[in-house]
Design a protein around this ligand. Structure first.
Ligand code: NAG
Ligand code: NAG
Ligand code: NAG
Ligand code: NAG
Ligand code: NAG
Ligand code: NAG
Length: 746
């Protein structure tokens, strides 16, 4: 209610003070420009796409003029609405995409708007700075051929939601995502020169400040209720000296930002031969007339009039939860495939009412449940190799209809040409990923989830164009999950530094999975596994082996090549778990064992054999062995027959012998008993090891027929659902997880 009142007040203000002549309806809340080189035509002309967003009250647009250089001719234009409205705060963001044909790759400059009207078109929305001021934006486009990539210079990619709101008393950061496909360093700054058309208000209001290093705008809290316009200019700087060369034979040297700054000399970056530099002179070196990619990013922040009782994220302000992507990550999107971004948010004392999104044309959102949305976008052929920012903010309101917005997050969708191909058969997962620039950049660090085995090395099968990995199910760190209907095998290719304790800051993280329906009676080709090698601080390296044996003498183990192990109902099965360690006087303890239909210790279907160190199956026999061996036997049981295959999974611990209080010394603990805390070094943590599969030979219908049927079972690859989910982050991105408030949560 308060915010509605405020808006009404606002409108009144606009009408009464601004001018009866200049209405609010067509006024602007900001805008942005990104461009993208689209190659060359056969006649040698260049193609560039200019993507402009404008936000106005009424979904209107205003055009641009060519203010400098040769902007060529417009060959195509398309437009559409991409974002709209916050609760009780109306606006419309419109995207206009124009394609231009250029006779050369020399830089040019465009300016917005083209005209001003008394209905407000061409003016900023009435704001705390001014009730009537012209809206201005300038973009410099430089498509020169870079000496480092040999390709046209690309535009930095950046975006923001067009109209945001903050609660009066709560400081907030708006951390703007900056990305550069060329790997350039991107800087943002507050423009100060009206003369060069970069801004018309030029400067931030006192409640706002810019942290230039991270391009974050901070709302410091303040008293000026109403709209605060934010005008920014975004520029790219190479990391080393490069030259941009042009079709007319001229070239420019581009220098890294530090050099530019230190010298503060405009001349060092002046193109060798450009006669078309605009005539405007400026007072700051930042707004020099030299050619750069220089792009406007403008938006409005409304300071709502109410005070929040708590500024903590998660109380009144929604907080993002997993699997919401972190701010600044890159997501891979494929032509004709819908990119789906799941966003989940919650707040304790307010209800989530909306997810406000912006992105390329065609973007949409779907509400799944309260606080859960899916953002969808399907790129087309025209968008291949381009980068599209997608931003979102979660909006909540309290019972007085006062609005609270979450932090803003933006991700970059990188549109790829080819799908990542994942091929699944009953023994192997094969994944093929076309190398893109991010993969190439991280190539030396890429690995599967676990690669201690040299057969898991990605360099083995990869070639110059593709990353290729092929792994047996259950190897190379592949882990198993299951749901009602499927068994799911998951792994990923990441560039996470394995030495780092927390590996959240992956540069590349390509997750893939194979999904096998349970309904088809397939025999998944797990290999006999052994040994299990672990290493723990204070305990060093140790291994476990898990084997089936032919008799209680434990002399002959069942040959690994004959797996699955055929057993008959009620036949005794003999198993041995053995530990090997360099530490003397150790004992092995088997905490639990169960039978599961898949090689997944967390399988929801299981039969308990040993639990908390206590034998649960009455047929179990324990046989003597050394302190680092556990030998046991049990009758093959019906459970095996109910499933195509069965694995025995045990949780094991290694302890220093004769130390009181270790788990090993405690033995069987009946439920209700107390477990003692793990001693510092006296014991390892629990490790899950498994062996199998076991296969029950059905003696009741002993005919070769049924066995043959089993052996000849047709495996239908086509019936497998195969998912390839690819998520990768850019080099600079930092995972920005916020802890959930731990107090008062139920
Ligand atoms: C936003 O940027 C500021 C300044 O760099 C930083 O202190 C803050 O933690 C960032 N916020 C988030 C949510 O990442
Ligand atoms: C995408 O779909 C369009 C129209 O259906 C089709 O012409 C095009 O070939 C498809 N592109 C790819 C890469 O599948
Ligand atoms: C499964 O795929 C792998 C790798 O492509 C191949 O070597 C193997 O022969 C396949 N197995 C079957 C049964 O088709
Ligand atoms: C993979 O193999 C390559 C070349 O054989 C080697 O340089 C690299 O160190 C290996 N990577 C790992 C993680 O073992
Ligand atoms: C590289 O591997 C991919 C995927 O297996 C294959 O399609 C492509 O032909 C290979 N390219 C070369 C040059 O060998
Ligand atoms: C799988 O096997 C079970 C028992 O052998 C049988 O009843 C069922 O029809 C089979 N399902 C399929 C899809 O073949």
């Amino acid at each position: 209610m308060a915010s509605l009142m405020l808006l009404l007040l606002h409108l009144l203000l606009i009408v009464s003070t601004a001018s009866a002549w200049y209405s609010a309806t067509y006024r602007f809340y900001g805008g942005s420009v990104i461009f993208s080189p689209h190659g060359r035509n056969s006649d040698g002309t260049y193609v560039v796409e200019v993507r402009n967003k404008q936000t106005s009250y009424y979904c209107n647009q205003n055009g641009y003029t060519c203010s400098s250089g040769n902007c060529g001719t417009q060959t195509h234009i398309s437009h559409g609405q991409v974002s709209r409205n916050s609760y009780g705060f109306n606006w419309c963001e419109y995207e206009v995409v124009t394609t231009r044909k250029l006779t050369s790759n020399q830089p040019f400059q465009i300016r917005y708007p083209t005209y001003y009207s008394r209905r407000g078109n061409g003016y900023w929305i009435s704001n705390v700075r001014s009730s009537l001021v012209a809206w201005r934006m300038t973009a410099n486009v430089d498509l020169g051929t870079r000496s480092d990539t040999g390709e046209s210079n690309k535009s930095p990619i950046t975006a923001m939601l067009p109209a945001l709101r903050v609660t009066r008393n709560c400081p907030r950061w708006f951390n703007i995502t900056l990305f550069d496909p060329d790997g350039d360093r991107v800087r943002c700054r507050v423009p100060t020169s009206r003369a060069s058309y970069e801004c018309s208000l030029c400067g931030l209001t006192s409640s706002f400040s810019l942290d230039q290093k991270s391009c974050s705008i901070k709302y410091n809290g303040g008293t000026s209720i109403g709209i605060h316009p934010v005008e920014l200019q975004v520029e790219d700087f190479p990391n080393t000296h490069i030259t941009l060369s042009y079709t007319d034979g001229s070239y420019t040297t581009k220098r890294p930002l530090s050099v530019v700054r230190r010298k503060r000399a405009v001349t060092t970056i002046t193109p060798a031969t450009t006669s078309t530099t605009p005539a405007t002179t400026t007072t700051t070196p930042a707004t020099t007339t030299t050619w750069w990619c220089k792009l406007p990013l403008q938006f409005s922040v409304n300071v709502d009039g109410h005070y929040a009782s708590s500024c903590l994220d998660g109380d009144y302000f929604p907080i993002f939860l997993s699997p919401t992507p972190s701010n600044g990550v890159n997501l891979l999107a494929y032509v004709n495939h819908t990119l789906e971004i799941k966003v989940k948010s919650m707040a304790q004392f307010t209800s989530i009412i909306d997810l406000i999104i912006t992105g390329p044309r065609g973007i949409s959102k779907q509400k799944i449940s309260t606080g859960e949305y899916v953002i969808k976008w399907t790129p087309t052929e025209n968008e291949v190799n381009d980068h599209f920012p997608i931003c979102f903010v979660s909006e909540a309101k309290d019972r007085y209809n006062r609005v609270y917005q979450s932090e803003v997050r933006c991700v970059i969708a990188d549109v790829g040409h080819h799908d990542t191909r994942v091929t699944c058969n009953e023994t192997t997962i094969t994944v093929e990923v076309e190398k893109n620039y991010l993969i190439r950049r991280n190539e030396d660090n890429l690995h599967l989830d676990k690669f201690t085995d040299s057969s898991c090395n990605l360099t083995l099968l990869s070639n110059t164009t593709h990353l290729v990995a092929s792994m047996p199910l259950g190897s190379c760190g592949t882990h198993v999950e299951e749901d009602e209907d499927n068994i799911i095998f998951k792994n990923s290719i990441t560039s996470a530094d394995l030495r780092a304790v927390i590996s959240r800051q992956h540069d590349v993280d390509i997750a893939f999975s194979c999904i096998y329906p349970k309904r088809t009676n397939l025999t998944l080709g797990f290999r006999h596994k052994n040994p299990y090698a672990f290493s723990e601080k204070g305990f060093g390296a140790f291994t476990f082996t898990f084997e089936f044996f032919q008799s209680q003498r434990f002399r002959n183990q069942i040959d690994a090549n004959t797996y699955p192990v055929d057993v008959y109902l009620k036949q005794m099965m003999f198993m041995q778990i053995e530990a090997t360690t360099s530490i003397p006087d150790t004992e092995l303890f088997v905490e639990s064992c169960k039978a599961t239909p898949y090689d997944n210790p967390n399988s929801r279907i299981s039969y308990t054999i040993i639990e908390n160190g206590c034998v649960k199956d009455r047929t179990v026999q324990i046989y003597p062995g050394s302190s680092y061996q556990f030998r046991f036997g049990m009758e093959a049981f019906e459970f095996i027959g109910a499933h195509e295959e069965v694995y025995i999974t045990c949780s094991v611990i290694l302890c220093e012998a004769n130390i009181p209080g270790t788990r090993c010394s405690q033995g069987c603990i009946r439920s209700g008993g107390h477990r003692s805390k793990r001693e510092a070094v006296a014991q390892t943590s629990s490790h899950s090891i498994s062996q199998g599969p076991l296969h029950l030979v059905k003696t009741t219908q002993t005919s070769g027929l049924s066995l043959n049927l089993g052996a000849n079972m047709v495996f239908i690859v086509g019936s497998l659902l195969v998912c390839a989910v690819v998520i990768y982050r850019s080099r600079r991105s930092k995972a920005k997880y916020q802890p959930l408030p731990t107090s008062e949560m139920d």
